[in-house]
Design a protein around this ligand. Structure first.
Ligand SMILES: *Cc1c(COP(=O)(O)O)cnc(C)c1O
Length: 230
């Protein structure tokens, strides 16, 4: 077995254990293998081991890699600038990082042009750290009200990132904040807004995220190893 395959098997076991501990069906949690900076031979190793969902944080990198593995589902998890929207429409199965009305408007416009429906998550800033990006609850509500009016976009839930800390109590409270927000936002439920996904949890905290309701966990270094800081 390749190292990547071994890591994937171990993480799937941890996901199942965390879900069972929380009284959840392990099948309700999907693993996104975050392949940013990882070159395609190792991404293919993961695919051969059965991994189907991959996450990239840069639109250019997603667009470059996807044709090499079009059968996989490619998720954009990183910040998206308005001028990059056109390149990513119809390429990303899900864009996790919607954080402004302007960005969502551009996505809607480009999705109409391309005749596709673009699935999106609204990113919430659950750590109150400025470098993390994302909206607070009040602005997320305004965004959802706006989204209800927009064609060719579908909001499927929320994404958040916990603080980078060893404080498990703090991390748990931040994930809980995302779940609480999603429950409040059920009030916005409509034809193109459904609160069905919570994208939260990374290599260091995905088990806590699952205990708090994550349906999508985004795990990179625990699968592919540490990334070089280039
Ligand atoms: C890089 C990244 C991850 C994965 O981080 P790891 O700690 O390597 O698991 C998850 N989410 C986002 C938004 C990222 O940019």
């Amino acid at each position: 077995m390749s190292e990547v395959a071994e890591n994937l098997a171990q993480i799937q076991a941890q996901i199942a254990r965390a879900a069972n501990n929380a009284g959840r069906d392990p099948a309700s949690v999907q693993l996104i293998a975050v392949s940013k900076t990882v070159e395609m031979p190792r991404v293919h190793e993961a695919y051969k081991a059965g991994q189907r969902l991959f996450g990239e944080n840069k639109p250019q990198e997603l667009v470059r890699k996807r044709p090499d593995l079009p059968e996989a589902e490619w998720h954009l998890i990183g910040n998206l600038q308005t001028n990059k929207v056109k390149s990513i429409i119809g390429q990303a199965a899900l864009i996790h990082s919607i954080d402004s009305p302007k960005l969502l408007l551009e996505i809607s416009k480009r999705a109409v042009e391309a005749n596709v429906v673009q699935n999106c998550l609204v990113q919430l800033n659950i750590s109150d750290e400025e470098n993390k990006g994302g909206l607070d609850e009040e602005n997320a509500k305004l965004l959802l009200a706006h989204a209800a009016e927009l064609p060719n976009v579908q909001i499927l839930g929320l994404m958040g990132m916990a603080a980078f800390t060893d404080d498990a109590v703090l991390i748990r409270s931040q994930f809980r904040r995302l779940r609480t927000a999603a429950m409040q936002f059920m009030a916005f439920q409509g034809p193109n807004i459904r609160m069905q996904h919570l994208s939260m949890g990374m290599s260091g905290d995905f088990e806590i995220a699952i205990e708090e309701g994550a349906t999508l966990v985004r795990v990179g270094s625990a699968i592919f190893g540490a990334r070089s800081l280039t």
